[in-house]
Design a protein around this ligand. Structure first.
Ligand code: NAD
Length: 480
């Protein structure tokens, strides 16, 4: 059994408490490794290492930082297959998905920010008539905390770490305790790529012990967090009075608005993906599907037909479309919504059952499930289920569609399917979501701002937004 270790000050360390957690393989339900449950002593050691590394790291040239990140990116690609298998084993996702999306994207995160920093510039303002010039410096913050969830483990972990490091900060990072393996492998990669000791420290453990120690530590100047809304609220409560900078990427309940004038085949194929990719465990999945009444029955038949053909199976199987859910408690949480679907006013159109995969009988498998609802106010449409479950509901007018889309506490992403330009412009402007896709889904340009409104979070990641978050502007005014 492989024990995962903390990576602190360039060394691989056991937790000081000697407390270890079981790490489960979702596809078999078996424990396959142990991870440290680090406490405030381990976090204090990591923060100290980061503080010691900061003076030198923050003064390295842009070229030096950029080329180390470039090397990390290349090394992720060289180790692609190892990381793919590790990610699928740790998370339950199909290897094909980890190979096409998760791991290449983790490499892209480092490559993108290694380039973005070379284009990041500051402003100067000539105060005409006052004989003065102002210029703005952007200084790294110091030690920053990066905390990530389990659904896209390496992808989201690196989405934070790369911009934090390249802008000159030193990092104390914690991956989800549910999926720690690829972050552990990344510590090796960063070490071998020549990242100086203490610049990146990765501590493992529970949110309530390790995570809590990071957010409470007075010398951690900023927290970049991705995870659930309740955790985000708790982090804000703890860190805001300490005046830490906060970036919170939280939950979602994204609408998918389908109009009769859309490109039907492309919409249908993409909607299957936007509903069930990664077992529906992507914060951007469209879990509330609203369809214009004139094509509702046709869509319902075609969609249910396609969904019922999806293969639920082991992550390593080439035929698998839907792998295992990430953990037993999560499977039970998702299943509880299906179980009570009728009580909540829903009608299951397909799916709804746990699946036994031959040879992996204790794995956490669930059929992709489509539930028809008659009101957007029901729990199925209001609460984040975060699994392979979507709801369907018809609408009659554009106004009604907009109301349904916005009738939820979340505001992360929305998808609109239409070929009507005016409608596209109106809805894109009025929909309460940080990210709007029209006639596509999950197409990402890393320069664009990424994040949510309402209860989906505060702040934006991506491109220069991330570099701004991880730096502090300082204005200098010189009179001449
Ligand atoms: P979670 O909030 O339970 O955990 C996320 C991370 O926070 C984990 O590393 C966890 O250990 C840590 N954590 C928990 N309690 C903490 C505390 N008190 N202090 C510090 N850290 C703590 O979320 P999850 O279940 O891992 O992930 C699923 C959630 O993440 C869903 O709600 C999903 O929508 C959201 N998500 C959002 C985005 C986005 O970009 N907005 C992306 C992916 C996932």
């Amino acid at each position: 059994m492989q024990n995962i270790l903390n990576y602190i000050n360039g060394e691989f360390l056991e937790p000081q408490s000697q407390e270890w957690l079981d790490n489960y393989e979702p596809s078999s339900g078996k424990v396959y490794s142990k991870i440290p449950n680090s406490d405030e002593r381990d976090v204090a050691l990591a923060v100290k290492a980061a503080e010691n590394a900061f003076p030198n790291w923050s003064k390295t040239t842009i070229d030096e930082r950029s080329s180390i990140l470039q090397r990390i990116s290349e090394s992720i690609l060289e180790n692609l297959e190892i990381l793919v298998i590790a990610e699928a084993k740790d998370n339950g996702k199909p290897e094909s998905l980890a190979r096409a999306v998760d791991i290449p994207r983790a490499a892209s995160n480092f490559k993108f920010f290694s380039q973005a920093i070379t284009q990041f510039s500051t402003n100067a303002h000539e105060s005409v008539g006052l004989n003065a010039v102002n210029y703005t410096l952007r200084k790294p913050l110091g030690v920053v905390g990066c905390i990530s969830p389990w659904n896209l483990p390496l992808y989201l972990f690196t989405w934070k770490i790369a911009p934090a490091l390249v802008s000159g900060n030193c990092v104390v990072a914690k991956p989800s305790e549910v999926t720690p393996m690829t972050a552990y492998l990344l510590s090796n990669i960063c070490h071998n790529a020549g990242l100086p000791k203490g610049v990146l420290n990765i501590v493992h453990g529970l949110g309530t012990t390790t995570g809590q120690a990071i957010i409470e530590h007075p010398n951690v100047k900023a927290i970049s967090f991705t995870g659930g809304t309740a955790t985000g609220e708790h982090i804000a409560r703890t860190a805001a009075p300490m005046f830490k900078k906060l970036s919170l990427e939280l939950g979602g309940k994204n609408p998918n608005l389908i109009f009769a004038d859309c490109d039907y085949d492309k919409m249908l194929e993409t909607t299957v993906r936007s509903s069930f990719a990664n077992q529906g465990q992507i914060c951007l999945c469209g879990s509330r599907i609203f369809v214009e009444a004139s094509i509702y029955d046709k869509f319902k038949t075609d969609f249910v037909n396609k969904v019922s053909q999806l293969n639920v199976g082991h992550p390593s199987s080439k035929d698998t479309n839907v792998g295992a859910l990430v953990s037993k408690p999560h499977l039970e949480k998702v299943f509880s919504y299906i179980d009570k679907a009728e009580t909540y006013g829903g009608k299951i159109l397909t799916g709804g059952n746990k699946v036994t995969v031959k040879g992996y009988e204790d794995g956490y498998y669930l059929e992709p499930t489509v539930i028809e609802v008659s009101s957007n106010d029901c729990k199925l449409n209001q609460e984040e289920i975060f699994g392979p479950v979507v709801t369907l509901m018809p609408f009659k007018t554009e106004e009604e569609a907009l109301q349904l889309a916005n009738g939820v506490r979340y505001g992360l992403a929305a998808t609109i399917w239409t070929n009507n330009l005016n409608r596209t412009m109106r809805l894109s402007s009025e929909i309460e979501a940080g990210i709007v896709w029209v006639n596509t889904w999950m197409m990402r340009d890393l320069r664009t701002p990424f994040g949510g409104m309402k209860d989906s979070g505060v702040g934006r990641e991506g491109g220069f937004e991330a570099l701004r978050f991880f730096t502090e502007p300082k204005n200098v005014c010189i009179s001449y």
